[in-house]
Design a protein. Structure first.
Length: 846
């Protein structure tokens, strides 16, 4: 009971902890003799933790904190000396240290403290745990030293990942400790911030090692050939590092992953010139390949999973699938595959997952693909296919996930027969821009497994069917990672149903946003873009404390932007463009350190820009390529679309990445000067303050925004010279300073001179001279506003001094004559006073 008293239990998981017989309590198991042997308080709804392509731990769960125990752990738990199993994972122990009493549990065989917010170093607290066989410290806050494990873990089957070894990786102290565990079977050190070369010599001591996972670290060497001496090694994962070189021949491997090592060059011809007879799984995504898949790939007779995303692989699709004997998963999206999808692919009955997204596929989709009995996922998004695909073809399909968006395919609504859904029960259905016409098919009402339904940018019409929000999997009572319905870009009409509150995203509707929306407090993404919503800023949004992306663009909202938006601390992308908000940009928005994109164009905002930009931490650093919702979502969630204007072109982003950063406050009535602190935002690639009433000098600090690719300050009232510091922006590809009051010579340097030699970037500034404008500065030079202002001030100062001095001389002349004639002492004092006054006047001028 002391253990319970120190904890907050939001889901009432410990409600059964009453009375003296603890063997009846939930999470407690006792032996036949009545001793407690198991304490299992694992969060029943843990975070779905993933390692994204930016080597970060990403959580995809919205409600894990609603079930997590929170507080400090009682030392009395560790007085149960018969206990064998403790699982406290996925709770929140608030960075507390482990009680030293844990070392007394000599019978403990299983200890799981992963993802529980402990903060400690592994010292001697495990040294007495001689019975321990399984230790999971994944995603611990800081555990820099593993030296004490040598004593206690002589026969551990597995050492898990997430331990931060950054402080000890420099000296290889951690691996020296582990290398003494000669019976170690599985070594998992993913996301441990290990840097430097692969510690080959120490790893070779692990003669029983079967699994080696060191993904999402900062390893920088090549994979050593000598690892082939680890004959028991079957699983090798070095994905998400900075490795280079090639893949050595490791014939003992069954699974190999080296994805997301952009400096690694993989020659598939050389690699498969010898047989990899045991290899079943190969992931080379986001490495350097850039060639066709060779016929020698068929030497790997056991290969069933081939992942090669973003490898610039060329050639026809048929050149890939024919290389496999019995593939189950083929993922080759974001490559250069071309030609028709071959009908022969239907002759692979073992195929379960096919992803051809983002290629150059042409022709029709073979209808037989939909009849493959084991195929569960089919992705052909972003290709150049053509032809109609009737919905009736899905009648016998067992597909769980379908993505046809922007592929060129037309989906024909040809059959409303309810029997269509007897076997067809997908979880994800994505038909963006598939030329669908008519009303939303009624048989969708029986797709009870749907989690994501994307029908955006079609020609669907009619009212929103009442049954749409009654789909079981889409209801708020179910626990799913993402619940989304997107109907944007159609001709659907009618008011918003109150049952909107049972879904995360409904688009292209009219009326006011219902207050009931606030019941969905776990939203991370809300897109109401391009509708005709009206009224004030939706107050329900204040409840969405986990919100990361908010898109209210293209509606009829009006009034003030509320202060509570500054309290949405997880917000990354607020897009409020094309509404009728008024007054100023809130200071609170500028304190949201996770903001990566601010979209405030065409919102009728007035008043100056906020002076304090220090809080925009995300915009002050260059971002790597990763999706804001994690790598997993970028593959499966296509509903998050964002429109940005950069380099005078509108871009529609299907997935939002962390490098999609920028600040767009164009087409408003903003006044005042650009704050000097704008230079702090050196991580954003575009800045657009065009079409406002801004004035003053263009800050020199813009030259410190080293990531800028697009800068638009046109149609304002800026004066003075163009700062020479702009020539320091090496990535600048678009510049527009037109229609201001700029003057002086246009700066030059080899890179800057390539920007708009026709002068379009500077048109409307009649006092500019030099290339590319054409005016010769030496003959037609007009002083810049800076120089003219300084000269005017100098002239005024001289005139001021002369006027003061002449008045002073006239005023004292009479007194001077009187004193001069009467007293020598008065004459001396008088001239000393005159010297002081004249000195002060001159100093004032200077």
């Amino acid at each position: 009971m002391s253990f319970k008293s120190l904890l907050t239990d939001p889901s009432n998981r410990l409600s059964s902890w009453k009375g003296e017989n603890c063997c009846n309590w939930k999470g407690i198991k006792c032996s036949s003799s009545g001793h407690v042997v198991v304490v299992n308080l694992r969060n029943p709804h843990p975070d779905e933790v993933m390692i994204n392509v930016n080597k970060e731990v990403v959580s995809s769960s919205n409600n894990a904190s609603d079930f997590a125990l929170k507080g400090n752990i009682s030392p009395l738990l560790f007085t149960l000396d018969h206990i064998q199993h403790i699982d406290l994972s996925f709770n929140n122990f608030m960075f507390s240290k482990l009680p030293v009493e844990i070392s007394d549990l000599t019978k403990l065989t299983y200890l799981n403290l992963s993802n529980s917010m402990f903060q400690d170093s592994i010292d001697m607290q495990f040294s007495n745990l001689t019975s321990l066989r399984s230790l999971d410290l994944s995603c611990a806050n800081l555990v820099p030293d593993l030296s004490s494990l040598t004593v206690s873990l002589t026969l551990p089957p597995k050492l898990d990942s997430g331990v931060n070894l950054s402080k000890s990786s420099e000296s290889f102290h951690w691996v020296k400790t582990i290398s003494s565990l000669s019976n170690l079977i599985s070594l998992q050190l993913s996301n441990c911030n290990i840097s430097g070369r692969i510690p080959t010599a120490q790893l070779l001591n692990l003669t029983s090692l079967s699994t080696l996972e060191m993904s999402s670290n900062v390893l920088t060497s090549s994979i050593p050939d000598i690892l082939s001496n680890l004959t028991t090694l079957s699983v090798l994962d070095f994905s998400g590092n900075d490795l280079d070189g090639h893949i050595p021949y490791l014939p003992q491997l069954e699974e190999l992953s080296v994805s997301t090592n952009p400096a690694m060059t993989i020659d598939l011809v050389t690699m498969f010139s010898v047989p990899w007879s045991k290899l079943t799984y190969l992931d080379i995504s986001f490495t350097r390949v850039g060639r066709m898949v060779p016929p020698s790939l068929s030497n790997s007779t056991s290969l069933t999973v081939f992942l090669a995303d973003g490898c610039s692989i060329e050639g026809p699709t048929s050149g890939i699938h024919v290389r496999f004997n019995k593939p189950s998963i083929l993922i080759t999206f974001q490559n250069r595959l071309q030609g028709n999808i071959p009908i022969s692919i239907c002759q692979i009955p073992s195929l379960e997952y096919l992803n051809l997204n983002w290629n150059n596929q042409t022709g029709r989709l073979p209808s037989c693909i939909l009849q493959l009995t084991k195929l569960s996922c089919l992705y052909v998004r972003k290709n150049n296919l053509n032809g109609d695909t009737p919905l009736s073809l899905f009648r016998k399909s067992r597909l769980d996930q379908i993505s046809f968006g922007v592929s060129g395919l037309s989906v024909e609504i040809d059959d409303q027969d309810q029997s269509l859904v007897q076997t067809f029960q997908p979880e994800i259905l994505e038909f963006t821009s598939c030329n669908m016409r008519g009303e939303i098919p009624k048989f969708f009402s029986n797709l009870t497994s749907l989690v994501i339904l994307i029908l955006a940018n079609n020609s669907l019409s009619g009212a929103i069917p009442y049954w749409l929000f009654n789909l079981t999997a889409l209801s708020i009572g179910e626990v799913h990672g993402i619940r989304s319905i997107s109907l944007s870009g159609n001709k659907i009409h009618g008011p918003i149903p109150e049952s909107l509150c049972q879904a995360a995203n409904v688009l292209q509707l009219t009326g006011t946003v219902p207050k009931e929306l606030e019941r969905v407090t776990s939203l991370r993404y809300l897109d109401l873009n391009g509708n005709e919503f009206e009224g004030s800023f939706p107050t329900a949004i204040e409840k969405f404390q986990d919100l990361e992306m908010l898109n209210l663009a293209g509606n009829r909202f009006e009034g003030r932007i509320p202060k509570f938006i500054g309290d949405l601390h997880h917000l990354r992308i607020p897009v409020l463009a094309s509404n009728s908000f008024n007054e100023s940009i809130l200071e609170g928005i500028m304190m949201l350190e996770n903001l990566q994109y601010i979209g405030l164009s065409r919102t009728n905002l007035s008043s100056p820009l906020p002076e304090n930009l220090d809080g925009l931490k995300m915009m002050t650093k260059t971002q790597n390529q990763t999706t804001i919702f994690g790598y997993f979502y970028s593959l499966k969630f296509t509903g998050g679309q964002l429109e940005i204007v950069t380099k005078r072109q509108t871009q529609f982003l299907v997935s939002e990445y962390s490098y999609n950063t920028g600040f767009d406050a164009s087409s408003n009535a903003l006044t005042g000067k650009i704050p000097e602190k704008i230079g702090l935002l050196n991580g954003i690639p575009f800045l657009n303050f065009s079409h406002n009433n801004l004035f003053g000098l263009i800050p020199k600090t813009i030259g410190e925004m080293i990531s800028l690719e697009s800068l638009d300050l046109s149609y304002n009232h800026f004066t003075g010279e163009i700062p020479v510091t702009l020539t320091h922006l090496n990535f600048l590809a678009y510049l527009n300073l037109s229609y201001n009051n700029l003057s002086g010579q246009i700066p030059t340097n080899p890179q800057f001179d390539t920007l708009y030699q026709d002068g379009t970037a500077y048109v409307g500034n009649k006092n500019l001279c030099g290339t590319p404008d054409g005016m010769n500065c030496s003959n037609n030079y007009r002083p810049s506003t800076n120089e003219a202002t300084e000269n005017r001030y100098d002239q005024e100062n001289v005139l001021f001094v002369l006027v003061i001095f002449s008045g002073f001389v006239t005023g004292i002349s009479g007194v001077f004559l009187l004193l001069y004639l009467t007293d020598d002492n008065w004459r001396s004092r008088h001239w000393r006073a005159v010297d002081k006054i004249v000195s002060k006047i001159v100093n004032c001028k200077l």
